[in-house]
Design a protein around this ligand. Sequence first.
Ligand SMILES: Cc1cc2nc3c(=O)[nH]c(=O)nc-3n(C[C@H](O)[C@H](O)[C@H](O)COP(=O)(O)OP(=O)(O)OC[C@H]3O[C@@H](n4cnc5c(N)ncnc54)[C@H](O)[C@@H]3O)c2cc1C
Length: 360
Amino acid sequence: MSSTTSTGKRIVVLGAGYAGLTAAKGAGRHHAVTLVAPEERLLHRIRQHETAAGRSRDWPAIGELARGRRIEHRRARAVELDPAGHKVVLDDGTTLGYDTLVHALGSRTAWHGVPGAVEHAHPVERAAEVRRLIREADRPGTLAVVGGGATGIELATELAEAHPDLRVRIVAAGQVGGTYSPKGRAHIRRVLDRLGVAVHENATVTEVTPDGLRTTAGPIEADLTVWAASMEPHPLAAESGLAVDEHGRALVDDHLRSVSHPDVHVVGDAAAVTVPGVGTLRMGCATALPQGQYVGRLLDGRTSKPFSFRYVVQCLSLGRRDGLLQLVHPDDSMKPTVLTGTAGRLAKAGIVTAVLGALK
Ligand SMILES: Cc1cc2nc3c(=O)[nH]c(=O)nc-3n(C[C@H](O)[C@H](O)[C@H](O)COP(=O)(O)OP(=O)(O)OC[C@H]3O[C@@H](n4cnc5c(N)ncnc54)[C@H](O)[C@@H]3O)c2cc1C
């Protein structure tokens, strides 16, 4: 089976996250695009901590977001990529041929080989499972969030606020919120304290057990462990022989084409995108969305310029009543200025609304 446009160009997009969906929507203005992703509805990952806390709703269907574009959504998974033969094999047994491929398969939890982690910890991207386990528990108990970065902080504050009976702990190998400015870090710490979240810093997890964690700072009790420590790129790029960096992210040129296979664009968490003066972009919705939009414009013929990007802010929700907006330099290093409290919360909410708007 193949996907052929009226102009004869076959475009296949793998993944319907922030990067894949925006790439497909841009390219699908004039070309027929086959969009491959298993889910029916948008996986709105930047709101998964709300899902875990039981505050979520159904996100729009991919079909609804693709309306008005020449996009066929194939609900399947890519299991094999043959970049030399220009073919992708799907888990429904079909093979798609392509002239141009957009690889936007994102990332998944990295367990770093920690003993017991796969068996006893729940990855942050399975937020609905975390919500169910909290609801079904016969007593409030103790919940440990592993990871002191943005995802871990958002999750710990959201859960602590939604479930005041739950004893929430946040466990970090270094400092919680260690990458933020001193003012930003101090605000995060105040909110964690106010919500009663126990903070365990410099505590590298060495083992996860059914009843907690062993760490370099001693054991930590937990009835439920949620793993939000770090993400790794989808393995298909490395497995299929695309050039990748030491983390498995595909190496791309300034038009976001694979340096080894230029008919494959790689965008979002799966790509190691290096922008002059900025550096290699971190994984994030904030970087995935503009990359997908750019490739959509490129394939639609609306630009031929190299991809450009500058960081402006980082933002965090800290429960439903608080937030942090951290101003950053173009290379993502911290400025001293932050917005906190209601202003920070509203800024974050505005950005989240804008993300959904960009997908519509
Ligand atoms: C709880 C949480 C909160 C976050 N908050 C923020 C935030 O506030 N700001 C921020 O910038 N970033 C945030 N992030 C990170 C952000 O969500 C990711 O960086 C972003 O989702 C990456 O987008 P993407 O399109 O590259 O990949 P993804 O969003 O991961 O999408 C990948 C797509 O590929 C599909 N897929 C996977 N495997 C296959 C396959 N084999 N075949 C076909 N399709 C497949 C998936 O179903 C999905 O459609 C957060 C992440 C989490 C988990």
